[in-house]
Write a protein that binds this ligand. Sequence first.
Ligand SMILES: Cc1cc2nc3c(=O)[nH]c(=O)nc-3n(C[C@H](O)[C@H](O)[C@H](O)COP(=O)(O)OP(=O)(O)OC[C@H]3O[C@@H](n4cnc5c(N)ncnc54)[C@H](O)[C@@H]3O)c2cc1C
Length: 380
Amino acid sequence: MTGLKHVEVLGGGPAGLYAAILLKRAWPGISVRLTEQNPADATFGFGVVFSDQALDFLRGEDPETHDLITPLMERWRNMTLAHRGDRVTLDGIGFAAIGRLELLQALQDRAGEVGVELRYDRPIGSLSELSADLIIGADGLNSLVRASDEAGFRSRLEYFDNRFAWFGTTQPFDTLTQTFVTTDKGSLNAHHYRYQPGMSTFIVECDPATFHAHGFDGMGEAETAIACAEIFHEPLQGAALICNRSLWRQFPRLWCENWVSGNRVILGDAAHTAHFSIGSGTRLAMEDAIALVRALQANADVGTALAAFQAARQPIARKIVDAANTSAAWYDRFPEKMALDPLDFAFDYVTRSGRVDMDRLRNLSPEFMARYDAAKGPAA
Ligand SMILES: Cc1cc2nc3c(=O)[nH]c(=O)nc-3n(C[C@H](O)[C@H](O)[C@H](O)COP(=O)(O)OP(=O)(O)OC[C@H]3O[C@@H](n4cnc5c(N)ncnc54)[C@H](O)[C@@H]3O)c2cc1C
């Protein structure tokens, strides 16, 4: 790569921080500046999960960052579905979790070490404030960089039907657990898992009819937390739900046909979103950064590199985004499935992608499939 002297990164989430780290690591002589609107010690939400191999994708490429982050993670091998008084273990469906703030702070430390200029508490209102050879829009769902050329990036943004609110709790859980409950006003689900020894994520979701029947549309954050803690009294064992901008939202389904406009490129949630149920948005954001820096290393000028990045990365991201959309669609329909008995319900969940190879599933989850086959007869 020739001619790269100054890079501006907008957004201090996983995509922006990791892109800045990799750029500065590849070219220590260039200046890389990252600007984030929030303070360095603030973020939305609580913990996030990574599916399967957690951060193994970093191990070979970037052992320093891998070794910095992995000790901060909680890991477990199985997942649990709690439904109609039964707890079904889905063995082999492992996840690893980390506090979103802890992840960002580890990446901030690493960015500082390699010499990235970090500016916090600094909202950028117009791209005219940034002048650089390359502008990286890692500014999330409401990306200013994307908005600067909406027609060029060809974005499509829709929303899933379910409403969700993201809480924390001090109640620890053994595995990533999904607790499905039926109330006289409809069905709700909670995704809950430990991300630190004394802290867990607790995401509550329900369909629009249940949302309105419970009157959540008229409740503030604190009142919602109390109401949800009552509904999920059993898994919480009486613990409270903690708020951090825990407002009801609908999960966005965003995809951009183009990720490049001139010397601007968008990464992570600015370019695509992946429903939280498959634990991939953060990893996708970091892998986008890896692919971008690889393309810059392999090509002589910024324009060719950005085109190569998009060509190489989009098909890979698309597959994961499609899997996330299919998973989200299952959650949008879960109330219809509440009458299933716990084993059928779990089987429906685990095969929700519609492309499940039974031999593979038997290898992945031998204990669950043995229980299912014994109760229902061998699934074909
Ligand atoms: C409820 C919920 C649960 C989730 N759970 C998981 C999970 O378990 N696992 C997982 O992998 N992913 C999860 N995700 C998705 C994950 O949070 C995102 O995919 C990931 O954060 C994307 O990283 P990013 O860096 O692209 O964007 P973000 O993390 O959104 O970062 C963008 C940053 O840009 C900043 N910014 C925006 N505009 C400006 C501006 N004009 N000036 C300055 N700064 C600006 C923002 O403040 C923000 O810090 C979840 C998301 C939600 C909503």
